[in-house]
Every structure is written in structure tokens, then in C-alpha cells.
Design a protein around this ligand. Structure first.
Ligand code: GLP
Length: 250
């Protein structure tokens, strides 16, 4: 796993945009994530698109997850969110942006990803309890896209996007950890002190369903980019700095 330490959340977004723009230039299939963490990265990519530095015209995109029970056009559905935060501001065709559809179910989404040739790079955030996508603690490391019930912690964390916690759907359709692991490259971003414990566990803890993000340790190409606050509980921080300062030429 490559651990990239950056001073601020803005620097994290720039580093993530560097990697994603390289994939976009090759017309990659992008795995997109919602949540607040990737928003700064999306803004940076939109800025580069506006400056003529990158195009997404040949890309396809697959979302990680979706709430069950929200109308597709609800302001907080992930179908809507990804368009508002990113894809409607760049030149990726709208019909090339896919998300899990609760009406169609998990297998249809797995089939769509497979038919597209798989995801080349999957962008990920991490929940305070270590969840990725909506794979809560206890999720099978081999799981595929299926319905899950949110942990009360996640409902509480996501209540800020709704008028009240009562409005947060508790059921979701999410790519499984096995689905996520099939992507060619995993790129996880974490910013802020609230993520420090999850970052420590996913990087330095055991591979365990109790911390779903620890599944990254099983992937051949996983990059974790964190700001100082999110890195603050990493035990081997100095070693990660040392590695980055002494990158071998590739
Ligand atoms: C949500 C999403 C995840 C996201 C996580 C963290 O529940 N389903 O994909 O990574 O929460 O969100 P945030 O980046 O807002 O902290």
C-alpha cells in the first residue's frame, strides 16, 4: 500500500486529482465515490477540465452505492449527488455514469461493471467506523453488490446532509468489498482528525471485516492519501515519510 502524507485536505485533493487525471486521459472506467471527502478532488478535476488540461469524454463511471427508498432525483440520492458535485460539470456523457439501481438489484450492477470491462481506478472515502462504500463492519471481504442495513453511527454521520436523522434511509445498495477489490487500482482519501482512528486501523491494523477498509491491504495497487490530521494516529508515520522521500524511480 502506498501511503501519501499531505499537509492539508487541499493538498490531498491535488494529489488525488493528479492520479485520476492520468487515468481519465487514458479513457479509463472510473469508480466514483460520494460523501464529503472527494468533493475537493472533484472541484480540482473540474478546474483542470475548465483549463483544458483533462477531458473525461472517453471515460465511463460507476458509483459505489445508493440509498434505497429515495427517489432517484432526490437531492441526496447518490445518482443526483455525483452529478451535482462532479459529472455534470465535465464532459463525461451522462449515460456513461452508472450507479446501483435498487429497482434492478445487485446482480444487474455486477453484470454492468463486468460488461464494461471492470473499474480501472476506484476512488474511496472511509467512514469513521472503517466502512467503505456502505460496507459496514462485519461485511464479508468477498461480498458483491447487495442490500445492506446502515450502522446507527453511519446514519448519525450522514444526518448532516438531511433535515433530520429520521430522514436518512437505513437501507442501501452497495458494491461489496469483493466488487471493490476487483478494481485495478484503489485510491482511498481521508481528511480530518475524525478519520484518524479509521486510517490507523485500515493501514496498520489486521485485515478484518471489523474494519472493512482494511481490505485495501489485500490489493496489489492501493494508494491511501491522508492529510496531517487523518494521519495523526499512524504509528509508523516517520517511516511513511521516509518512504515517500526515497521513492525509487519507476
Ligand atoms: C458515506 C459513503 C461512503 C463515504 C463515507 C464517508 O456513508 N457511503 O462512500 O466514504 O460515508 O463520508 P465522508 O467523506 O463524508 O466522511
Amino acid at each position: 500500500m502506498d501511503i501519501l502524507l499531505r499537509p492539508t485536505a487541499t493538498d490531498v485533493a491535488v494529489a488525488a486529482a493528479d492520479i485520476l487525471a492520468d487515468f481519465a486521459r487514458r479513457g479509463a472506467t472510473l469508480g466514483l465515490a460520494t460523501g464529503s471527502t472527494p468533493v475537493a478532488t472533484y472541484r480540482e478535476l473540474i478546474r483542470r477540465y475548465d483549463a483544458g488540461e483533462v477531458s473525461f469524454a472517453d471515460c465511463r463511471a460507476f458509483l459505489l452505492d445508493e440509498y434505497i427508498g429515495l427517489p432517484r432525483d432526490h437531492e441526496q440520492s447518490y445518482h443526483r449527488t455525483i452529478r451535482r458535485e462532479f459529472t455534470s460539470h465535465v464532459d463525461i456523457p451522462d449515460e456513461a455514469v452508472h450507479g446501483p439501481d435498487p429497482e434492478q438489484g445487485g446482480q444487474a450492477y455486477e453484470d454492468a461493471i463486468t460488461a464494461a470491462g471492470g473499474v480501472d481506478i476506484q476512488l474511496l472515502g472511509v467512514g469513521t467506523n472503517g466502512h467503505v462504500g456502505f460496507n459496514e463492519p462485519g461485511s464479508s471481504l468477498a461480498s458483491r453488490t447487495r442490500m445492506k442495513t446502515l450502522h446507527p453511527q453511519t446514519v448519525a454521520d450522514n444526518a448532516r446532509f438531511f433535515d433530520s436523522a429520521d430522514e436518512v434511509p437505513i437501507h442501501v445498495l452497495t458494491q461489496g468489498l469483493g466488487t471493490i477489490r476487483r478494481a485495478g487500482h484503489l485510491l482511498l482519501l481521508a481528511t480530518g482528525a475524525g478519520k484518524a482512528d479509521a486510517v490507523h486501523k485500515l493501514v496498520e491494523g489486521p485485515v478484518t471485516a471489523s474494519c472493512p477498509a482494511s481490505v485495501l491491504q489485500l490489493h496489489e495497487y492501493a494508494t491511501v492519501i491522508v492529510d496531517e490530521a487523518a494521519a495523526s494516529r499512524l504509528h509508523d508515520l516517520e517511516y511513511y515519510r521516509f518512504i515517500e522521500a526515497h521513492q525509487p524511480r519507476r
